[in-house]
Design a protein around this ligand. Structure first.
Ligand SMILES: [Zn+2]
Ligand SMILES: [Zn+2]
Length: 134
């Protein structure tokens, strides 16, 4: 089990099972909300549960075709990712308290990255989203 929480501790969540991936997302939403980019942990929707602070989670839903919710703690502003439990969860790895036992393998949405930020590692880069082959 992997536990996570917001900065003030009101929101607590846990993840069971193995995450699918850990990626660095450079989309404009992550840039604005999380600071340059965010590390996103992705896994099966059913594996995520909010254990405390349901009512402390605020949601921003972008007015675009990509309806990922941007969740954050109402009290401390910690970026939590998309906490909706649909087919997949997309959790901000920065909110994890436990070691996810997985390392980042990809940069995604690099087309939205600001020019002043240079990626200096050798991980694979995708200008848009990356959809794993089934
Ligand atoms: Zn908080
Ligand atoms: Zn993003």
């Amino acid at each position: 089990m992997i536990k996570g929480s917001c900065l003030c501790g009101k929101v607590q969540f846990q993840i069971t099972g193995e995450p699918h991936s850990l990626s660095y997302c450079h989309c404009s939403r992550c840039r604005k909300a999380a600071g340059v980019f965010s590390a996103v942990l992705i896994g099966k929707g059913d594996d995520l549960s909010i254990t405390e602070g349901h009512d402390d989670i605020a949601k921003f839903v972008p007015d675009s075709e990509w309806k990922l919710e941007r969740c954050f703690c109402k009290n401390c502003g910690t970026s939590l990712g998309d906490m909706a439990t649909g087919d997949i969860y997309v959790v901000a790895a920065s909110a994890l308290d436990d070691e996810p036992k997985i390392r980042p393998t990809l940069h995604i949405h690099t087309a939205s990255k600001p020019d002043w930020y240079d990626i200096v590692d050798d991980l694979k880069k995708f200008e848009g989203d990356y959809l794993p082959e089934k």
